[in-house]
Design a protein. Structure first.
Length: 255
């Protein structure tokens, strides 16, 4: 028996299959391009200030960021001395990044840089690097410039006050936790709402640091607040970042 093969029909079928495959791949590709932005990006900021200073950082977005055209508040989170180095996973050990990693949703963008080993957030060089990082973030993403905030723990508390003192025009409010500051030029903070937190049993950074800052600024800054936890040692950030009231208070403040 002879079989007749219709080459023309096979050519048509093959062309149709290719067209269907192309359309399928095109739809998949479009869905990927137009899909949600990742909730977290890890990047590097390089600043040529007095030398080549680079900061690795994580940036976290609200789940609806990609779908919205709105501008979002921005929170700078500064970790403590124990999280310095080159491993960005350390940034997620405490504070807001830890909460986000564990599934907490926030209605603001969070940027969490990592301080290099043996360096110190309140050093002038790193204060400048942090300011440049924030300015880059504000330019690149949908940020509400009237609602930029900073918070940090221990060394990050020092950094929060240092960057606020350097650029008071940039921030709508600050939350320094178990930190301190160089009191020279403290009047630069007289117009920024500040909520200080400290444990009264802190053996690493004495509670007197926060008390002195509060006592000095309160007469000139009516928007100063101080919470001292009774019986709490250095880890006063655990109680603070678990407290929903601090986020409500932050977001109530704008420039």
């Amino acid at each position: 028996m002879l079989f007749k093969i219709n080459h023309k029909k096979r050519l048509v079928d093959y062309t149709t299959m290719r067209l269907i495959l192309f359309i399928f791949l095109f739809i998949i590709n479009c869905s990927l391009i137009g899909g949600d932005m990742p909730k977290k990006l890890s990047k590097k900021s390089v600043s040529d200030i007095t030398g080549n200073v680079s900061l690795n950082y994580n940036i976290y977005f609200p789940s609806d960021y990609k779908k919205s055209k709105d501008d979002y508040p921005l929170v700078l989170f500064l970790h403590g001395a124990g999280e310095r180095g080159e491993d960005l996973n350390k940034v997620e050990i405490h504070g807001i990044p830890k909460l986000i990693k564990n599934g907490r949703e926030f209605p603001f963008i969070t940027v969490a840089p990592q301080c290099p080993a043996f360096q110190w957030w309140p050093e002038p060089l790193y204060v400048k690097a942090l300011i440049l990082l924030l300015e880059d973030i504000i330019r690149e993403y949908n940020v509400d410039i009237s609602r930029v905030y900073a918070t940090g723990l221990s060394m990050g508390g020092y950094g929060t006050l240092a960057i606020g003192k350097k650029r008071p025009d940039l921030f709508a409010a600050l939350i320094p936790i178990c930190g301190g500051m160089d009191m020279k030029g403290i009047e630069g903070l007289k117009n920024i709402p500040i909520w200080l937190f400290h444990g009264d049993k802190d053996k690493v950074v004495p509670v007197e640091n926060s008390q002195m800052i509060y006592d000095t600024l309160k007469p000139m800054n009516p928007k100063m607040k101080l919470t001292i936890y009774k019986g709490v040692n250095h880890n006063s950030w655990g109680l603070t970042y678990e407290n929903d009231d601090i986020y409500d208070w932050l977001l109530e403040n704008n420039k």
